[in-house]
Design a protein around this ligand. Structure first.
Ligand SMILES: *Cc1c(COP(=O)(O)O)cnc(C)c1O
Length: 220
């Protein structure tokens, strides 16, 4: 299967309103161009160094999404161009993104990463921590970020019932936050959940954004 046919098959299967983020980490500029030439414009990368190394060799109208853990000292390198940061997992990171975005006169779309998996190693807020952050007075002072929704990763397992339960939990967290803090904010509307092995389940559980790598580009 080619990148083009993989992409077309996935895109054709997506319901209206679900954005496909093509995860191109480890993949070459040529492979990314194959996806671009098949119509894909939204790409996700996990590492700042890798995005920086590749983006100047690729078309300017690509929307880059940062999906991996972000260190605060690297924020300044991506704020000039990044479209969305999925992986906000601390208040300090959010403040740094706001500050650096202010320096380049941008407002950056971000997602709050919530910890929904059983593995202890995954990054992200608990629901209570996310609510504390979002309800804090500090938030109204952060004029250079816009909170667009939530992101989460399910446990790496064959247990589809567990994966479904975790996505359902994330959807519930989104609904609670929406109801309590973003009722009148139409921009708070994204749920980034689902990867190659579980995006079908994620969509059934309300995903609006899937992050798919290996099903498009092949194994890494
Ligand atoms: C690598 C990665 C993906 C894509 O994983 P695939 O299984 O290749 O689809 C999605 N989300 C995050 C956060 C990733 O790091």
């Amino acid at each position: 299967m080619s990148v083009r046919s993989n992409l077309i098959e996935i895109k054709d299967s997506l319901p209206e309103g679900v954005t496909l983020v093509a995860v191109s980490k480890v993949k070459s500029v040529e492979e990314i161009m194959e996806a671009y030439n098949s119509g894909q414009r939204v790409f996700g990368e996990s590492r700042v160094q890798e995005i920086i190394a590749k983006k100047d060799f690729l078309p300017q109208d690509i929307e880059w999404h940062l999906i991996g853990h972000l260190q605060r000292n690297k924020v300044k390198f991506i704020v000039p161009f990044i479209s969305m940061i999925h992986s906000v997992d601390s208040e300090r990171l959010l403040k740094t993104i706001n500050k650096e975005a202010g320096m380049v006169n941008r407002v950056i779309d971000v997602l709050i990463q919530l910890h929904i998996a059983q593995e202890p190693t995954k990054f992200g807020f608990s629901y209570e921590e996310a609510e504390a952050l979002i309800s804090s007075p500090l938030l109204s002072e952060l004029n250079n970020i816009r909170i667009r929704g939530v992101m989460g990763m399910a446990t790496f397992t064959d247990d589809v019932d567990l994966v479904r339960k975790e996505f359902r939990t994330l959807n519930g967290y989104f609904n609670r936050l929406k109801d309590r803090f973003f009722k009148n904010d139409d921009n708070f509307n994204e749920k980034s959940m689902g990867m190659s092995d579980d995006y079908h389940i994620a969509i059934e559980e309300g995903s609006t954004m899937i992050r798919v790598g290996s099903s498009i580009f092949g194994k890494r």
